[in-house]
Design a protein around this ligand. Structure first.
Ligand code: NAP
Ligand code: MG
Length: 476
């Protein structure tokens, strides 16, 4: 045995300011009524910065700036010129990706290995991809001359702060809209660094506006009458409230909500690969993933073997400092989310499921939850029905493909699913029957800007990514 030597990424590349204003009409401004809140590092509870809280007058200012930019500059601009700005932003993201990755890990708690190798490459790829569409909108399948909608209000969650920003802003701008975006209260800092990148790219003032704040800011933004389009990613409850408030207005709406994906392992699957996929499916990003494979459905005759390998693999996961390059599982994003994970996990034990976590030492400060699996789970258990949004896996078994389909679809959600089998024909048979927007086969949690993403049922409506992702930002 050797002693573990930590390998932390340096945070000196990040230039944190003590306080941040709102990004409106191309500049950072103070909020009208002077409110602010703190963003902390969930791995240490250290305060990172004081961030402005936007109120109704700030929403008014931002929407007006976005309208002016849409009417005067961005709307009339030829697509090939909009594309140049998007390419410039994409290249600046690549140039500053280390800084963005470290800041993302500091503010969110996710491992640097993920922010550096997954989030940031995908963020840049999204801008590159939609830059390519900006002058080809007439070839996207929505008529010869599709028109932008106008001002888009965009509200995003904290699990992939910069990636969700890219999913929202890149297609909106490519299609010729201007935006007002509200990041989540616990993770506003990379959106503010992105605002600096917009300045650096000479993006015309008012095309992108960033309003920091909490739920009330989000509500004021989506309810503002000057907004033409609302795009929301977050919980199903808030999505429902937004759908109600937008109903009866001319606003166009897309919702990307929660999920409770089944990851289905057949007895002919390559077990070692499947175990890697199970681990990636539920422990990637601490399980704060809407499409996380949070319900493992394993064929009964291989269940013991799969669980034994899974436990062995889980014992190897390194939980701790998000900035350590060897960390696999970082911090839970907030005290509130930790509380929710604890509550649901306790309910799992109380309802009779068997709980297991590998021995692992958790840091004293910050918000942490050990990787956990529950076996003996039934479909009626809360841990099999409700989204936990944490590193907690519920394990159920099945005997036949038909039973796997029935159990996989027995959920109010319909975002994603995974299938592990050696047979191509079975993959197609299953994919035809699973009510899920994305179905991965012999892999999990793979994303690409060219591929549309979105859900059925209570997982929302509309698609992000790919050609389809343009539709929500065009009058078609
Ligand atoms: P949330 O509470 O719904 O928050 C999402 C965003 O909405 C945050 O910016 C939040 O602000 C804001 N907000 C809260 N109340 C609002 C209101 N009444 N009107 C307008 N905006 C409001 O969701 P969360 O718990 O942070 O995020 C986790 C959820 O997002 C999970 O359910 C997950 O499945 C879902 N998600 C879905 C996808 C997808 O693509 N389908 C992707 C990622 C996450 P504050 O945070 O500042 O309060
Ligand atoms: Mg934070």
């Amino acid at each position: 045995m050797f002693e573990y030597a930590p390998a932390p990424e340096s945070r000196s590349v990040v230039d944190l300011k003590p306080s941040y204003g709102l990004f409106i009409d191309g500049t950072f401004v103070d909020p009208t009524d002077g409110g602010s809140f703190k963003s902390i590092n969930p791995a240490s509870e250290e305060v990172l910065a004081e961030v402005a809280e936007a109120g109704a007058p700030d929403v008014e200012r931002a929407v007006r700036a976005a309208r002016k930019a849409y009417d005067k500059v961005w709307g009339p601009m030829p697509g090939r010129d909009r594309a140049k700005y998007l390419y410039r932003i994409a290249r600046l993201i690549q140039e500053r990706s280390r800084e963005l990755a470290v800041l993302e890990s500091l503010d969110n708690g996710k491992p640097i290995r993920e922010s550096r190798d997954v989030d940031l490459p995908l963020v840049a790829a999204h801008f590159f991809y939609y830059a390519g569409w900006a002058d080809k909108l007439g070839h996207a399948g929505f008529g010869p001359n599709p028109q932008p909608i106008g001002v888009a209000a965009q509200v995003i969650p904290w699990n992939f702060p910069l990636l969700m920003l890219a999913w929202k802003i890149a297609p909106a701008l490519a299609a010729g809209n201007t935006v007002v975006l509200k990041p989540a209260e616990t993770t506003p800092l990379t959106a503010l660094l992105f605002a600096e990148i917009c300045q650096q790219a000479d993006l015309p003032a008012g095309v992108v506006n960033i309003l920091t704040g909490a739920g009330d800011t989000g509500r004021a933004l989506v309810e503002h009458p000057g907004v033409d389009k609302v795009a929301f990613t977050g919980s199903t409850d808030v999505g429902r409230a937004i759908a109600r408030s937008v109903a009866g207005t001319r606003k166009k709406l897309t919702l990307e909500l929660g999920g409770k994906a089944a990851n289905i392992v057949f007895d002919d699957a390559p077990i070692d690969q499947a175990v890697e996929g199970i681990v990636n499916g539920i422990f990637f990003n601490q399980g704060h993933v809407c499409c996380a494979g949070s319900r493992l459905l394993v064929q009964e005759n291989v269940a013991d073997r799969v669980l034994e390998s899974l436990k062995r693999r889980m014992a190897q996961l390194r939980v701790g400092d998000p900035l350590d390059k060897n960390t696999d599982v970082g911090a839970i994003n907030s005290a509130a989310q930790l509380e929710r994970i604890r509550e649901l996990s306790d309910a799992g034990s109380a309802e009779g499921a068997e709980r297991w976590s590998p021995p692992c030492e958790l840091p004293d400060r910050g918000f942490w939850f050990a990787p956990t699996i529950f076996t003996g789970v039934t479909q009626a258990h809360r841990i099999a029905r409700e989204e936990i949004f944490g590193p907690v896996l519920s394990v159920l078994t099945f005997r036949t493909p038909a039973e796997a389909v029935e159990k996989a679809n027995n959920t109010p959600y319909g975002l994603s699913a995974g299938i592990w089998t050696d047979k191509g024909s079975r993959i197609l048979w299953m994919a035809d029957r699973l009510r899920a927007g994305v179905v991965w086969a012999n892999t999990f949690n793979k994303f690409d800007p060219t591929s549309p993403f979105g859900g059925y049922k209570e997982s929302g409506y509309g698609r992000e990514g790919g050609r389809h992702g343009l539709e929500g930002y065009l009058n078609v």
